[in-house]
Ligand binder design. Sequence first.
Ligand code: HEM
Ligand code: HEM
Length: 212
Amino acid sequence: MQTEEHQTPIAATSRHNLPTRLVHAGLALAVVTQLLTSLVLQPAEDGHAGNFWFEIHEYGGLSAFALIVLFWIVLTARRRGTPAGLLFPWVSGERLSALWSDIVRYAGALRRLRLPPHDDASPLASAVHGLGILLITAMATSGTLYYFIGNGNPDAGGLVGATMFVHRTLANLAWAYLIGHASMAVLQHLFTDFNLRGMWSLHTAPKKEATK
Ligand code: HEM
Ligand code: HEM
């Protein structure tokens, strides 16, 4: 895959402020932990304690919940970064039509097996990031609710059953989001002028650090 236009590498400037980068890194690590432990966990059930991986899943999940709450606070309070209207375009006709044009732009480039040049303000990428925030909010909230009301029976009925139904139903989407989002970031890093370090640098001044 190649970029549409060949671009010479340029200094990448992070448009993400330090709180956004810190919370993003913590959340990414927590979600990777959650997805990996979900493959081997044995939940507490019928009076039996869960296995070691379930304990990691519980504490990792409670940390993910704290981090997603922090992410919402940072999104609301920050003065620099992706505007909320780009992350959540669903209620604005103008935003939705920009999203559609961006989908057409991506589809046109992908049909020619090319990656469109990176666009910081891409309506499609931003809308997908917004959906990721909602998805991880639902996973962490359902898990945390289960932690408090579950009574060690994920197959119970009522509110406990509904909570675990949400958790299990969205689990595959969480895998799809992580794989899709991380792969797009790596492909863009490799084949466009986009620099991954702009998001992952923990430096206070990544503008000077993140030269590709
Ligand atoms: C499932 C865990 C993750 C979640 C919920 C998540 C969520 C997000 C969100 C919401 C944004 C947009 C932030 C903003 O514009 O203010 C973002 C950006 C970004 N994420 Fe993640 N992320 C996750 C994991 C990862 C991983 C594992 C990578 C590693 C490759 C990664 C790389 C990036 C990069 C490079 C950006 C910046 C994109 C840009 O500036 O255009 N993320 N992520
Ligand atoms: C962002 C946070 C979380 C993510 C991404 C996550 C992800 C997952 C995934 C992928 C599964 C496997 C589902 C399946 O294959 O059926 C799972 C199962 C489970 N999770 Fe979480 N989880 C999170 C937070 C939590 C928290 C905070 C708890 C609290 C205790 C929790 C409790 C459980 C339980 C009990 C199961 C087993 C359900 C069953 O018996 O199938 N999770 N989780």
